[in-house]
Design a protein around this ligand. Structure first.
Ligand code: ATP
Ligand code: MG
Length: 567
């Protein structure tokens, strides 16, 4: 990775510094633990940059762990996409690629140890009874009638659960903690359930599966994670996290001196999008977008098609920082980070997005010459490219006004402007249809005004417009995107809403989030390869679409406008 920005100070770094100073840990080991049940979104990018970034800055390591404890929802396709997204963001797990399912045997042994020590029991109540006996925030729960089974009986039942002797839902393994705890997570949480389902990695080897709250801390401990960083909604789960580690360590199966600690940070909330896999699935099912990689989606695979860059995401993560309190980040902050990086790196090109014909009367038919334009105004070493110039050009329709409004310095009858990188011209006339649509503009060039030639400077004109030679242009599609949602917090209640009103985030979709147009582009763009990025002068940053471009026929997506022009 090139030029990591200086590490900003945050509360997690303070904790790590203190842990290193006090000798609690010798090196920093973090992990990114996605569940392979969907594609990664912008919120995950925050967590990836944080976990891998800490490992990088402290010369520790970060594990990629696929948290695949739910056999019915997980697929290999998601595993592959998650790996690709982490790599794309510029991070490397080295040899430390793991699956929670790698630990099924060990996790099972830990469960037997908990049973033997009287810390877990097999409950044979129905799921419904377990739920109703859990109590509420104000009322204590009720002990299960099976809570006092002997360790021997529990062990034998648990082994029979594993052996496949029982149907789904007939028994569960629960931690024996406290049914009256004010923390609901400690009211004898379920650790294992029966699921006769095929797992994407272990096949039919198991028919009992650990729950997240059980598998997660113990997987962290197995991998000797030092700092297990998760989002704030898991704060109330931390007592269970610590309880499990302590009890398994007490059984002698884990080193009590090397247990992981959980730390919580605020999740990313970004305006004008939704960041939850469930809602992203709803968008796809409602056909509001064309799949997970639709460039309007807030997934990393969609961002890539949109032309967002890994450097932009890393910059964004550094900029928004890490804190303990939830808040909203405006979408324009993300766009500004992309713009910053693209401004430095994207080659400049010309595209006319709403073309109208300009005929240069004193340029002979069939005449062709080259003009030269820099590939990047601030980086001369990126060189120049030749652009063909001829009698008929495409220019932007809004660069011409029949009767110019005050302050309009571009083309109008009798006015002079410079054709960027070419000649100064004077407008001599135009044609329009009966309903006023301009169909052709006419002008003459000043032959001694060509940019870069000695006489060019004597012409002082205020307007400068871009153009593409009509005979040479690549006419191709541009996709212009707008916010996916028309409201900053889709689906959220708003001031003045009637109490009974329930909003659905799908009602806040922006109906105009995608417009496809045909543009006239300079000829070299015809050879753009998928993922080539450009700044189209005056129009923003564009990328050749990864999926829909073919040789000689690229399709361009607008990544972001040149300025924050969105209203
Ligand atoms: P979702 O809510 O979209 O379903 P998830 O949290 O269930 O996401 P996981 O695959 O379990 O998805 O998440 C992997 C990691 O990414 C977790 O450590 C989680 O804390 C983190 N993560 C998920 N969403 C965000 C977010 N919006 N901001 C920061 N981190 C996030
Ligand atoms: Mg989750």
């Amino acid at each position: 990775m090139t030029n990591p920005p200086p590490a900003p100070v945050n509360f997690i770094r303070h904790i790590i510094d203190a842990d290193l100073t006090a000798g609690r840990v010798q090196s920093v080991v973090t992990r990114f633990p996605p569940e392979p049940n969907g594609y990664l979104h912008f919120g995950h990018a925050k967590s990836i940059c944080l976990n891998f970034g800490l490992a990088r800055d402290y010369q520790g390591r970060c594990h990629l762990r696929l948290d695949d404890t739910n056999p019915t929802r997980e697929e290999q396709e998601y595993v592959d996409a998650i790996e690709a997204a982490v790599k794309w963001l510029g991070f490397d797990w080295g040899a430390h690629h793991y699956f929670a399912s790698d630990y099924f045997e060990q996790l099972y042994e830990f469960a037997e140890a908990l049973i033997q020590d009287g810390h877990a029991y097999v409950d044979s109540q129905s799921a419904e009874d377990i739920r109703t006996h859990r109590g509420t925030l104000t009322a204590a729960g009720k002990n299960s009638p099976f809570r006092d089974r002997s360790a021997q009986e529990n062990l034998s039942l648990f082994r029979d659960m594993r052996a496949g002797k029982f149907p789904d839902g007939s028994h569960v393994l629960r931690a024996k903690i406290d049914m009256a705890s004010p923390n609901m997570n400690l009211r004898d949480p379920v650790l294992y359930r029966i699921r006769h389902a095929e797992h994407h990695r272990t096949g039919k080897q198991w028919c009992i599966y650990p729950l997240y709250d059980y598998a997660h801390p113990l997987s962290d401990a197995i991998e000797q994670i030092t700092h297990s960083i998760c989002t704030l909604e898991f704060e109330d789960h931390r007592p269970l996290y610590d309880w499990l580690l302590e009890k398994v360590a007490a059984s002698g199966k884990l080193n009590p001196q090397a247990l992981p600690h959980q730390f919580e940070f605020a999740r990313l909330n970004l305006t004008y999008v939704v960041l939850s896999k469930r809602k992203l699935v709803d968008l796809i099912e409602a056909k509001a977008v064309n799949g997970w990689d639709d460039p309007r989606m807030p997934t990393l695979m969609a961002a890539r098609r949109r032309g967002y860059t890994p450097e932009g995401f890393r910059r964004f993560a550094e900029m928004i920082g890490v804190s303990k309190s939830d808040g909203w980040i405006d979408y324009s902050v993300l766009e500004e980070c992309m713009r910053d990086h693209l401004n430095d790196t994207a080659l400049r090109r010309i595209a006319v997005i709403d073309p109208v014909k300009l005929v240069l009367e004193n340029v002979p038919e069939g005449h062709e010459e080259e003009c030269f334009a820099p590939n990047h105004p601030q980086q001369p070493d990126l060189g120049k490219r030749a652009i063909p110039f001829s009698r008929e050009l495409w220019i932007e329709r809004d660069d011409f006004q029949e009767t110019p409004v005050k302050g309009f310095f571009r083309l109008s009858p009798g006015a002079q402007v410079r054709l960027r990188y070419a000649y100064v011209i004077e407008c001599t006339g135009f044609e329009k249809t009966a309903d006023g649509e301009v169909t052709e503009i006419r002008a003459k060039i000043f032959p001694d005004s060509k940019s870069g030639t000695p006489g060019a400077d004597q012409y002082k004109v205020k307007g400068n417009i871009h153009w593409v030679s009509k005979a040479h242009a690549y006419i191709g599609p541009l996709r212009m995107f707008d916010r996916l949602f028309a409201h900053p917090t889709p689906g959220a209640r708003r001031e003045g809403d009637a109490p009974e009103l329930e909003r659905n985030f799908l009602d806040d979709l922006n109906p105009n989030s995608l417009t496809e147009i045909q543009a006239a582009m300079e000829p070299s763009l015809k050879d753009a390869k998928p993922e080539d990025r450009f700044q189209f002068e005056r129009h923003g940053y564009f990328v050749a679409d990864l999926k829909d471009s073919s040789a000689g026929a690229p399709v361009f997506n607008r990544t972001v406008t040149l300025k924050d022009s969105w209203k």
